[in-house]
Design a protein around this ligand. Sequence first.
Ligand code: ZN
Length: 113
Amino acid sequence: MSLPNCPKCNSEYTYEDMGLYICPECFHEWTQRDVDKILEESIVRDAFGTELSNGDDVIIIKDLKVRGASQPLKQGTKVKGIVLGDVGDGHDISCKIDGFGHMNLKSEVVKKA
Ligand SMILES: [Zn+2]
């Protein structure tokens, strides 16, 4: 079993002591509950609460205005191979869409295909 890296300094020399994780390098202490919370917060879910993963295909569930584009991104558009991650401005999906190129989306406007 491997212990998680220190969330503060990313040290891999963390150890466990009576349910507490301790980092010997920066003396940060945290619990499994903190780890679970961070994991839970990092999960990206679609508009219906389904967990999304890197590489998933999703479908846009409403028309979206695209800055600089002559037409909106239509509801029902299929997006292949999404990449998850906070890309700023509340967007947590980046992807490529035919006819639009690289786009950032919010997970709340897609559903898992
Ligand atoms: Zn540390």
